[in-house]
Design a binder for this molecule. Structure first.
Ligand code: AMP
Ligand code: TRP
Length: 330
């Protein structure tokens, strides 16, 4: 099966990104023909400082490889290096309607109804549809918040095929069940997220052992010191149990039975997180120290992606009636 997913190169990669998305991608590459894209064109739908976008892109690319994506097995590339994404997005924008895009809840949330939001934020989901449809992906692993964008992608594909002939594969979303949501360590009612107000609430992939220990020991819990899995009554401790569960593959309530105090749970969880993240950050750092090699891997990835993307774009253009380089004249 063909799989494609994307992640924005903004901010630093955290444990939620790893457990909720990247780790699943690493498994996917062994069973499916997989494409992973750093969606830098999506990042500029809100303001980005150019130097920060540049370094966040390199850092994310290195992190994905450090986390276990193998560029010899799957295709990893920066979206902006494959021009076909922007080109197909335009064709699709001319098939999608204003009403469809105005219904997207993420736009409504991020745009706050302001007249000053960038037009690209409004058309963002169509670019996402182009990312997916160019590679004829059948399965798209995404978080719950992206489900509506996937629905739109399906609608766009179905409509295009009906109007212009069969060009696109209609994709299905794949929402991970385990650790679909890692919560903020300081505010367990909120998702661990780049936009968190305090860095104490997030564990970054690049955090060292001391940092991880400090953040887990300061993680918010309640005061009764009874380890039990109860996401409503005990959200803080339940989040720690869920992280433990996601890493160890055990069930959170069975982990709870092993611990008589928060301290012991926190100490074992710290060790587990350190053991998971240490090798990843070591490989990431090594790659970041070898920019030449990183650049070569990126170029090879976009080269592989472009071959497929160019072919699909050409079919879509021909189907719509454009005279293309491969048109036959009768
Ligand atoms: P974002 O950081 O919001 O751009 O998300 C990038 C990817 O990581 C998406 O697939 C998200 O669903 C996933 N992700 C982000 N935050 C979390 C979280 N706290 N728990 C689980 N998955 C997450
Ligand atoms: N919109 C997605 C997010 O914010 C990122 C994304 C862009 C994506 N293009 C994609 C995800 C294609 C899956 C497939 O998380």
């Amino acid at each position: 099966m063909r799989v494609l997913s994307g992640i924005q190169p903004t901010g630093r990669v955290h444990l939620g990104n790893y457990l909720g998305a990247i780790r699943g991608w690493v498994e996917d590459q062994y069973v499916n023909e997989s494409f992973f894209t750093l969606v830098d064109l999506h990042a500029i739908t809100v303001e980005q400082e150019p130097r920060e976008l540049f370094s966040a892109t390199l850092e994310l690319f290195a992190t994905l490889i450090g986390a276990g994506l193998d560029p010899n097995i799957c295709t990893i590339f920066a979206q902006s290096q494959v021009n076909e994404h922007a080109a197909l997005a335009w064709l699709l924008e001319c098939t999608a309607t204003f009403g469809e895009l105005a219904r997207m809840t993420q736009f409504k949330d991020k745009g706050h109804g302001s007249q000053n939001v960038r037009a690209g934020l409004f058309t963002y989901p169509v670019l996402m549809a182009a990312d997916i449809l160019l590679y004829k992906a059948e399965r798209v692993p995404v978080g719950e918040d992206q489900k509506q964008h996937l629905e739109l992608t399906r609608d766009i594909a179905i409509r295009f095929n009906r109007l212009y002939g069969q060009v696109f594969t209609v994709p299905t979303p794949a929402i991970p069940k385990v650790a679909a949501r890692v919560m903020d360590l300081q505010n367990p009612s909120k998702k661990m997220s780049k936009s968190s107000s305090t860095t104490l609430g997030l564990i970054y992939i690049s955090d060292g052992a001391d940092e991880i220990k400090r953040k887990i020991s300061k993680a918010v819990t309640d005061t009764d010191n009874k380890v039990a899995y109860d996401p409503i009554g005990k959200p803080g401790i339940s989040n720690l149990l869920e992280i433990f569960a996601a890493i160890s593959g055990r069930a959170p309530d069975s982990i709870a039975e092993d611990y008589a105090s928060y301290g012991a749970l926190k100490s074992d969880l710290t060790q587990l997180i350190v053991a998971t993240l240490e090798p990843i950050s070591k490989r990431t750092k090594d790659l970041l120290d070898d920019r030449g090699e990183l650049g070569r891997i990126m170029a090879a990835g976009s080269g592989k992606a472009r071959e497929i993307a160019a072919d699909t774009l050409d079919s879509a253009k021909a189907a719509m009636g454009f005279v293309t380089a491969t048109s036959t004249f009768k």
